[in-house]
Design a protein around this ligand. Structure first.
Ligand SMILES: NC(=O)c1ccc[n+]([C@@H]2O[C@H](COP(=O)([O-])OP(=O)(O)OC[C@H]3O[C@@H](n4cnc5c(N)ncnc54)[C@H](O)[C@@H]3O)[C@@H](O)[C@H]2O)c1
Length: 253
């Protein structure tokens, strides 16, 4: 995939950074759209093929301006990875309208904005792929994640729509990770009185008795973006260590 231009939202940390590193290893030019203050230093660490643009992807004008800047620097876009996301913990009755809108805007509306402004560039170059980072929470869920799980489930609808509307030129797939060791996870378990116990519970709920690392997702995204994955579109691909496939109580002693 030498010299191809990849846009990765939320690429300064966690899963997004795992994707950035996978595509840089593959010789791609990567534009990161993020609001994290560590972003500008990433170029120094990863080399000239990485360009950071400060962009709140929940704001359409910032996305539109960032895409113009990215295309002027690295050329037309071949791959868009909609990865930026936030987690909030609340039930429907506890969630304020502001929290609901924030989660929906950052996790879902941002993917719509980025796709809307990247797809015309993919069309000009003759094709491309949109990869949406959803979650296993599009299929199985837990307590107090009402806005998050809703946003991640809706991403699968967006994935199908893009796949249908722009085939055969443009493919669109969703990746649904299980628990991955990132700042998001560490911040979440730090809210508990016993973070070590919560971490061990996370490990235990995966059939493979481990949680993922960002490169697990980055390498899958790299594969899906490549020609060897040219028959994948419209699907949600779970990379989750077997989380949620076993029926409770089915284990024989
Ligand atoms: N970590 C997990 O266990 C896990 C599991 C399933 C899905 N996911 C999803 O993967 C994605 C990445 O998660 P992570 O764990 O790496 O999170 P993280 O919090 O570690 O990193 C998220 C990145 O997104 C950026 N970001 C947040 N809001 C933004 C905005 N408005 N505009 C631009 N950038 C913004 C942050 O600055 C950060 O760099 C998210 O969509 C998340 O929902 C994570």
């Amino acid at each position: 995939m030498n010299h191809r231009h990849i846009i990765i939202t939320g690429g300064a940390k966690g899963i997004g950074l795992g994707c950035v590193e996978a595509f840089v290893r593959g010789g791609c030019r990567v534009t990161i759209l993020d609001i994290d203050e560590s972003g500008p230093r990433l170029g120094e660490r990863l080399g000239k093929q990485v360009h950071f643009i400060y962009c709140d992807v929940a704001q359409e004008q910032m996305v539109s301006d960032a895409l113009s800047e990215a295309i002027a620097r690295f050329g037309e876009v071949e791959v868009l990875i909609n990865n930026a996301g936030i987690q909030r913990y609340s039930t429907v009755t506890e969630t304020t309208e502001e929290e609901w809108d924030l989660v929906m805007n950052v996790n879902l509306k941002s993917a719509f904005f980025c796709a809307k402004h990247a797809i015309p560039s993919m069309q000009r170059r003759g094709g491309g792929i949109v990869i949406n980072i959803s979650s296993v929470q599009a299929f199985v869920s837990q307590e107090k994640v009402a806005p998050y799980t809703t946003s991640k489930t809706a991403m699968l609808g967006l994935t199908r729509s893009i796949a249908i509307d722009y085939a055969p030129q443009i493919r669109c797939v969703a990746i649904c990770p299980g628990t991955v060791d990132t700042p998001m996870l560490r911040n979440a378990i730090a809210l508990s009185p016993d973070p070590a116990e919560v971490y061990n519970e996370c490990v235990d709920m995966h059939l493979l008795k481990k949680i993922g690392v960002p490169s697990d997702i980055g390498e899958l995204a790299y594969f899906l973006a490549g020609e060897n994955a040219g028959f994948f579109t419209g699907q949600a691909i779970r990379v989750d260590g077997g989380l949620g496939i076993r029926v409770d109580g089915s284990k024989r002693s």
